[in-house]
Design a protein around this ligand. Structure first.
Ligand code: SF4
Ligand code: SF4
Length: 368
């Protein structure tokens, strides 16, 4: 097993370094080139493993529940494992007001549609979503529509002066805050996200606790999100949650409500790290060996629509970063049609093994 010291360190964006791997097609090619033969079908083909698992027609949608918006690639951090290739240099890729309003019209369309009654959540991710100039407007509009809002927060942004009001602001609106924290110990977190991240993250968690988060109030839910520091799979979510709650309370007096344990996706900067360390084949073999058909039913691509910063529509945030357009007769959220969305088949490739290994891994945590 790789140690924490071996894990990814903070870097710069692939885009900024103009590396070949910045191109989504180069990432798909790198995954396709890995010699793999394990998994139920012994094929190394996710499509065939799906068919062998009873999903002969591919992954079909469940009722739509979550409208996820990746509002921009701009971030105050540059973590090595980032599947979005975010960073301070990604200033161009940020959703404008026109696209924000197109998202709101699509939400109105879904809520008025006979198939849209299950929509309950708007999930805002990035980059650091708080850096988008329309972030607070979008949150308020979603709350006004009776929707639960999740902000996927990197924690350190809450220590930046301009955003220190957000814990109280979120609390007033019942916004759930889902925060990245690779490990409850300093070494694991700083190894993956950069020196000093852990201390700022603990300070931000205390701010959230002071605003009423993390104490069982359904209007002030504080979720922590962990992913392995190295080339191994996420541990058991339930047992990790107990361990984390005890450790953060004991060491810092910090409380939170629940923990999501996610696998790292073999794409973007984490893919680059795996290649550089010569661990890509080994990691993919681990994912395939742990392929679990029981995870498929709960995958986020079944109940979520993913919208990019430019308003384009995707099956999930991972397909979005690989620029795999959804199989629907429209490309932009401004033309969203729920009937066509529910009739599509989800597009899958080898990166999907990252979601279906072990207990599964989606934006909502384990799926099995
Ligand atoms: S905080 Fe999140 S979005 Fe920003 S670089 Fe790190 S992983 Fe990527
Ligand atoms: S990456 Fe995961 S969520 Fe996206 S299509 Fe593949 S299995 Fe579904």
């Amino acid at each position: 097993m790789a140690s924490v010291e071996d894990g990814p360190k903070r870097t710069s964006s692939l885009y900024g370094r103009r590396t070949a791997l910045a191109a989504p097609e180069a990432q798909i090619e790198a995954l396709d080139a890995v010699p793999l033969a394990s998994g139920p079908s012994q094929s190394g083909s996710f499509h065939r493993d799906l068919m062998a698992s009873g999903w002969e027609a591919g992954i079909q949608p469940a009722p739509l529940e979550i409208f996820q918006i990746n509002i921009g690639k701009l971030c105050n951090m540059t973590c090595m494992h980032c599947h979005v290739d975010s960073g301070p240099d990604r200033v161009q890729e940020n959703m404008d007001r026109e696209a924000v309003d197109a998202c709101l019209r699509a939400i109105d369309h879904i809520q008025a549609h006979p198939l849209g009654g299950g929509l309950h959540t708007v999930d805002l991710t990035g980059g650091a979503p708080e850096l988008n100039p329309h972030f607070e407007y979008l949150v308020d509009e979603c709350v006004a529509r009776g929707l639960h809002v999740i902000d996927r927060c990197n924690l350190t942004i809450l220590r930046v002066k301009r955003y220190r009001h957000l814990p109280e602001w979120f609390a007033e609106r019942g916004v759930e805050v889902a925060c990245s924290l690779p490990h409850y110990r300093k070494m694991g977190t700083d190894a993956q996200r950069g020196d000093g991240t852990y201390g700022k993250s603990i300070e931000a968690l205390k701010m959230l606790n002071e605003a009423g988060y993390g104490q069982g109030d359904p209007k002030r839910v504080l979720t922590l999100v962990t992913n392995p520091v190295g080339s191994f799979l996420a541990g058991n979510q339930e047992s990790l949650e107990g361990e984390w709650k005890e450790a953060l309370q004991r060491n810092h007096g910090v409380q939170f409500d629940r923990l999501f344990a996610l696998n790292n996706m073999p794409m973007s900067r984490y893919l680059e790290w795996l290649i550089e360390k010569g661990q890509l084949e080994g990691y993919m073999e681990k994912l395939l060996a742990a392929f679990n058909p029981g995870t498929i039913d709960g995958l986020m691509c079944r109940n979520t629509v993913s919208v990019g910063w430019d308003g384009k529509i995707y099956d999930c945030d991972f397909n979005q970063q690989l620029e795999m357009d959804a199989a629907v007769p429209f490309a932009h959220v401004g033309d969203f049609d729920l009937g066509a969305w529910q009739a599509r088949t989800v597009k899958t490739e080898r990166h999907c093994y990252g979601c279906t290994a072990g207990s599964g891994s989606s934006c909502g945590g384990a799926t099995a």
